[in-house]
Ligand binder design. Sequence first.
Ligand code: GRF
Length: 196
Amino acid sequence: MKRVAILISGGGSNMLRLVESMTGDHPARPVLVASNDPAARGLDRARALGISAEAVDHRPFKGDRAAFEDSLRAVLDAHAPDILCLAGFMRILTPGFIAAYEGRMLNIHPSLLPKYKGLHTHVRALEAGDAEHGCTVHLVTPELDDGPILGQARVPVMDGDTPESLAARVLVQEHRLYPMVLRRFAEGGRELPLYT
Ligand code: GRF
């Protein structure tokens, strides 16, 4: 059975879908939900499901990323995860931290990578007049939002869309795609990306 740790910064709706999917004959189980923000709503949601939830507040480290990450790694490694899932985790990780979990750290990003790496993806897709938008699950590498793609889901951009309405349509696909990709990854599947 693969052990999965999930990192969040906010409400954790993706985290919840991942946790809910890891039941029955699923080859993995959640062992920890961790956050850089002690006030992240997702921590209480994880605790309500009986999952260990811990916070390592990044603010007291005053920008010392290495020190913050050392503390985060200590919390993570105490749960010996096989797989890490970034789910709305908003801290940029250093190459050193990424190297420690190389090839087993996944992230979900709300755009059709390689388009719109970074922030404000929905505004940028609307400003560009795109007909399609979506989300991507990829392996995390030192280059931000650049790792090998494991899966993508597409949505139409509709007339009258706002960043909020588009984000909501993409989030529905995120909640479908991430559990599908995690299951396949935990089963050892490394074949072609999943397109839905
Ligand atoms: C999601 O849209 C995710 O793609 C992005 O941050 C949002 C987090 O949502 N990185 P939640 O915390 O999983 O609800």
